[in-house]
Write a protein that binds this ligand. Structure first.
Ligand SMILES: Nc1ncnc2c1ncn2[C@@H]1O[C@H](COP(=O)(O)OP(=O)(O)OP(=O)(O)O)[C@@H](O)[C@H]1O
Length: 317
């Protein structure tokens, strides 16, 4: 960490090991163009602990990539609070943002090939970001390629490697700056099942052995079954959280083909309730009981019961 860090921005950065890695509260992102405003994140809450390996799922357009871009410092939030590794990403200065991206985050995208240099070898590709930051460490670059199972291919040019192998080179590159957190956007989106399993095992190993926090954005529920916790985003808000029932069970190791049964079988589902008590009721539940703009809520001493409005019924007669 640099000495020029602004105390007011980041007084705890990386110092307090009990701080969550990610903390978002009421996070808002609005995209404005000439004609329209799109509210992509509508006050999202999310906490990710240090050393967690978790996934974010949601339909297309729900705000997953927007969130990942905020967390990675690629785009600025509009309002709310977001801190990662002690950095306040709302107040962070541009020069600090460069340092943040260099030291705190690693990225893996769905289609990494476009970010790799085809005329260089796998090893040279991993060394490139090290060269750019003036910290070349060939032994570590080789170790990373060994980690992702490419020890014997490290001197091959990129174009001589398959798509899955190139994706593994990209994972090695994402770790070259020794980040505290890895952000992966649909990392297995364009590979076959065997490669997808292999990539998830690499993530798990990196998570366990290097203690790197991993956040994976995905549509793929099979993948989501291989992480400890899954948070579902709906309409730019965190809505449901699935937590692994048996945290000691290593699903990926137990059965590489695991996941066909869906999330509910291995995870317990919780509705996310924010600090002021707001929660999101699934649309299908509201439709099933005919709730539109308002509802009745009762507390019977044990349960909170939400029903279609009934208070004025008696007054009519
Ligand atoms: N640069 C932008 N300008 C305007 N609107 C945007 C921009 N980026 C995203 N949006 C809008 O914000 C909303 C959330 O988009 P986002 O890409 O985060 O969703 P997503 O969940 O990642 O979707 P997908 O799974 O299809 O990638 C969408 O309505 C999208 O159209």
């Amino acid at each position: 960490m640099s000495d020029n860090m602004d105390d007011n921005v980041n007084e705890n950065s990386d110092k307090n090991s009990t701080e969550p890695m990610i903390s978002c509260e009421g996070l808002v992102k609005i995209f404005k163009s000439d004609e329209i405003e799109v509210v992509a994140l509508q006050g999202l809450n999310l906490t990710v602990e240090q050393g967690e390996m978790m996934a974010i799922i949601g339909n297309s357009g729900s705000g997953k990539s927007t969130l990942l871009n905020m967390l990675g410092g690629l785009d600025r939030p509009s309002a709310g609070q977001v801190s990662v590794g002690g950095w306040d990403l709302l107040k962070i200065r541009d020069d600090q943002l460069v340092e943040y991206k260099r030291n705190t985050v690693g990225f893996v995208w769905q289609n990494n090939a476009r970010n790799l240099l085809p005329y260089l070898s796998a090893l040279e590709n991993v060394e490139m970001p090290m060269l750019l930051t003036g910290k070349l460490d060939r032994a570590y670059a080789k170790q990373l390629l060994e980690w992702v199972g490419l020890k014997d291919r490290m001197h091959n040019k990129l174009h001589q490697l398959s798509g899955g192998e190139q994706q593994r080179v990209a994972i090695a590159i994402s770790l070259s700056n020794k980040p505290k957190m890895l952000l992966a956007d649909e990392p297995t989106g364009s590979v076959d099942t065997a490669t997808s399993d292999q990539i998830m095992s690499i993530f798990r190993k990196v998570n366990r052995e290097l203690g790197i926090t991993i956040v994976i954005v995905t549509h793929d529920l099979t993948l989501a079954g291989k992480v400890d916790r899954v948070v579902a985003i709906r309409d730019g808000l965190t809505s449901t959280e699935f937590v692994k029932r048996n945290p000691n069970l290593d699903l990926a190791a137990a059965d590489p083909g695991f996941g066909g049964g869906g999330l509910q079988e291995v995870h317990e589902a919780f509705v996310v309730v924010d600090r002021v008590g707001r929660l999101q009721v699934p649309k299908e539940y509201l439709e099933a009981v005919g709730i539109g703009g308002r509802a009745s809520m009762e507390f019977d001493g044990e349960k909170i019961v939400i029903t279609a409005p009934k208070s004025l019924e008696g007054d009519k007669s």
